[in-house]
Write a protein that binds this ligand. Sequence first.
Ligand SMILES: *[C@@H]1O[C@H](CO)[C@@H](O)[C@H](O)[C@H]1NC(C)=O
Ligand SMILES: *[C@@H]1O[C@H](CO)[C@@H](O)[C@H](O)[C@H]1NC(C)=O
Ligand SMILES: *[C@@H]1O[C@H](CO)[C@@H](O)[C@H](O)[C@H]1NC(C)=O
Ligand SMILES: *[C@@H]1O[C@H](CO)[C@@H](O)[C@H](O)[C@H]1NC(C)=O
Ligand SMILES: *[C@@H]1O[C@H](CO)[C@@H](O)[C@H](O)[C@H]1NC(C)=O
Ligand SMILES: *[C@@H]1O[C@H](CO)[C@@H](O)[C@H](O)[C@H]1NC(C)=O
Ligand SMILES: *[C@@H]1O[C@H](CO)[C@@H](O)[C@H](O)[C@H]1NC(C)=O
Ligand SMILES: *[C@@H]1O[C@H](CO)[C@@H](O)[C@H](O)[C@H]1NC(C)=O
Ligand SMILES: *[C@@H]1O[C@H](CO)[C@@H](O)[C@H](O)[C@H]1NC(C)=O
Ligand SMILES: *[C@@H]1O[C@H](CO)[C@@H](O)[C@H](O)[C@H]1NC(C)=O
Ligand SMILES: *[C@@H]1O[C@H](CO)[C@@H](O)[C@H](O)[C@H]1NC(C)=O
Ligand SMILES: *[C@@H]1O[C@H](CO)[C@@H](O)[C@H](O)[C@H]1NC(C)=O
Length: 655
Amino acid sequence: MTSALLLLQVLLLGEAVTAFPFPFSKKSVKVATPTFANTPDDTIILEVVGQLNTTVHNKDQCAGCQDWLAIGKNLAQQRPELVPLALTKWCLENGQGSPYTCQLNYGLNTVNGSSTGSNVADMLSGIDAYGYDGQLYCHYRGNGKCKKPATPSVSVSDMWPAKLPQHMVAPEPSWNDTFNVLHFSDFHIELDYTVGGEANCTTTTMCCGSHSANKSPRPQGSHYSGRWDSFYDSFYDANMSFVKGANVVPSFQDSDIWSPATSFGNYQCDAPELLVNSSLSSAIRYAHNHSLDVEFTLFTGDMIAHDESKYISLESTKESEQFIFRDMKTALGNIPVYAALGNHDSYPYGALAPEGSGFENRMAWNADLMSEIWQDYNWLNASEAQYAKTHYTGFSVETAHGLKVISLNSNAWLNQNYYAFLNASQPDNFGQFKFLIDELVASEANNQRVWIISHIPPATGGLPIPSNVFAEIVERFSPSTIAAIFFGHTHEDQFEVMYAGSGKDPKTIENVVNSAWIMQSITPFVGYNPSWRYYEVDRKTFSVMDAHNFYAELDKTYDNNGEEPEWKYEYSSRHGYNITWPETSPLNATYWHLVAEKINSSADARQAYGNYRRRFSPYSPNCHAKNSCTQDYCFVSTFTIDEYDDCIAALPKNK
Ligand SMILES: *[C@@H]1O[C@H](CO)[C@@H](O)[C@H](O)[C@H]1NC(C)=O
Ligand SMILES: *[C@@H]1O[C@H](CO)[C@@H](O)[C@H](O)[C@H]1NC(C)=O
Ligand SMILES: *[C@@H]1O[C@H](CO)[C@@H](O)[C@H](O)[C@H]1NC(C)=O
Ligand SMILES: *[C@@H]1O[C@H](CO)[C@@H](O)[C@H](O)[C@H]1NC(C)=O
Ligand SMILES: *[C@@H]1O[C@H](CO)[C@@H](O)[C@H](O)[C@H]1NC(C)=O
Ligand SMILES: *[C@@H]1O[C@H](CO)[C@@H](O)[C@H](O)[C@H]1NC(C)=O
Ligand SMILES: *[C@@H]1O[C@H](CO)[C@@H](O)[C@H](O)[C@H]1NC(C)=O
Ligand SMILES: *[C@@H]1O[C@H](CO)[C@@H](O)[C@H](O)[C@H]1NC(C)=O
Ligand SMILES: *[C@@H]1O[C@H](CO)[C@@H](O)[C@H](O)[C@H]1NC(C)=O
Ligand SMILES: *[C@@H]1O[C@H](CO)[C@@H](O)[C@H](O)[C@H]1NC(C)=O
Ligand SMILES: *[C@@H]1O[C@H](CO)[C@@H](O)[C@H](O)[C@H]1NC(C)=O
Ligand SMILES: *[C@@H]1O[C@H](CO)[C@@H](O)[C@H](O)[C@H]1NC(C)=O
């Protein structure tokens, strides 16, 4: 049930994906593009459905998918409002999915359910069906109907001055003078988490909601009789103090529930707000008790639950975002939070359109809401908030001690974002890379160091070109200017090392360029212990000297009579892999290269990494078993999606 595959589907695909069951052959057929002037709507729809029908019979699946795009484009350019109707009808009549899936993929988007038909129409109107755009779409969103096309070579090197010799090395830290930064990621608040609800559900992937159910009825007369006892309606008050609520056992004892959801969460479910608050409250209490000097907090995205789209509305999306930031503000007080939005933090899932495309107004509500909250909470000042409002919630801030933090919206490179397939051979459709480069050039000129935060590591769900462009930028401004990079998204405690030449040069210590921290989740979905961390950061160089990870063993809260989870010290990144590394050196890319090498060569190191990835949950892998954890080295030693794909393809069993 908690297979990596399921998680990947949920995280990377996010939704049921369009299915195009075309048979296979080679020839590409161009389609007729009729003009629809003065034709009644019903006739147009029939004609288009008839045309789309022919693509289903194309023996060349890739050509059929591209024809499908071209037919859709012809309609989208003339009568965009008919696209959802025609596509939904075609989908239903051709058995391309259940009525629900057809509605979800192609139906009109309303505030009540996040169907993506309007976004598909937007995309179709501008797509180069038979070019790179179309092949990319048919690969990533068309269930692999086209092979992954060769990635065109692009460069943005004309956007910066030549790199000077003094920028080839990073400044040495002062090491004995540090401050702290808290980091949280992937809360995924489950708004309708129901204590006593079904945690062993079969109708949806994520359980514990008011609609979660198990299709198999319990044997006649048998009710839940396990020893779990944490069924309390508890909460954290306005001071983030725990208040144990009423026992709610009677609500499920006479029901068909197989595994009743307990107060603080379950491995099959997203985070109840109680768990969100518990994590925040434990972090801030720890910081006070240990006199940490927390200057700011990072949040690397994903607030909305992994619920089925029919249960996600515009309102619940906004509410999830408002709750998460309110809870962070309440717990953290004057400590500012610098946030990056995730692929789930939009409506519909993953949608983000480039400025100037004419479609960006569909997502303006989100940037408006985020910039308002972040300014209200004093996390951004007026000009930073204004920038976030008009640039996909991205921003650049200077912290109290002079570090620059740049936040980017990674939906710009998400391979599930329909708008990212438009002009896909261009390096910077969203203009975010120009922003990043301009900020880096300015910082470099001032010897200022920079942290970059975003949600999706490009090698995990990114499109190839933006992934390569991001790597090119990172290489140019490392190691002197970019001091650290932080992502979330995978729910796992991971890292990535970047080598010069993005995979073309050997992965040696001389070729190490930079590395990224991938922050583990608060949500236990699927099979994780919730976890947060804090960094020790050198005050002079803003290099990270150490990361201290804390976790709660979630299953211990099932039968502890509703008490708070115990948030325990898990491990420190400096000591967690037994690497010999000077006390005075930061945990920079060279350090992570040594860890990666060890992961490549030692099953013990892979096991440590596997335990950390899942925070010692019952679902941690056994890396000593045959053929397990074999992909870990590819993950930790690649930075772009092409590099990662090539590395996986070269593994012995894939050759
Ligand atoms: C499209 O194909 C489906 C399935 O074969 C069929 O039921 C439907 O009538 C066709 N529609 C048109 C307009 O050709
Ligand atoms: C959305 O749901 C609400 C409440 O169920 C209903 O009143 C409203 O008509 C629905 N709106 C749309 C556009 O379906
Ligand atoms: C750190 O070490 C340097 C050099 O040894 C010293 O000058 C400085 O005062 C120390 N700073 C702190 C905070 O201990
Ligand atoms: C979480 O904390 C916020 C802020 O104190 C509070 O408004 C909310 O009710 C809390 N929810 C729970 C379930 O603890
Ligand atoms: C929160 O703390 C303040 C100051 O200690 C106190 O006055 C207030 O009553 C507390 N609120 C709650 C809900 O406990
Ligand atoms: C979960 O439900 C399935 C039936 O769908 C049942 O076979 C299984 O034993 C249940 N597991 C638990 C832990 O209740
Ligand atoms: C903080 O200190 C208080 C009082 O000593 C203690 O009860 C609590 O468990 C500590 N909390 C953490 C998170 O360290
Ligand atoms: C794609 O490029 C064309 C030509 O430069 C431009 O008109 C169009 O707005 C672009 N589309 C998007 C979505 O950026
Ligand atoms: C916001 O802060 C930046 C530095 O991060 C500063 O340059 C800018 O002037 C400030 N804007 C306002 C409106 O205070
Ligand atoms: C990492 O730090 C060590 C020691 O300060 C230094 O020798 C090495 O060059 C650094 N690595 C990078 C990639 O900057
Ligand atoms: C990784 O390990 C394999 C053998 O297990 C070895 O052939 C390869 O050279 C190693 N790669 C690196 C970059 O160390
Ligand atoms: C580090 O050393 C300890 C103690 O010898 C050992 O238990 C642990 O497995 C080692 N970890 C790794 C990653 O090698």
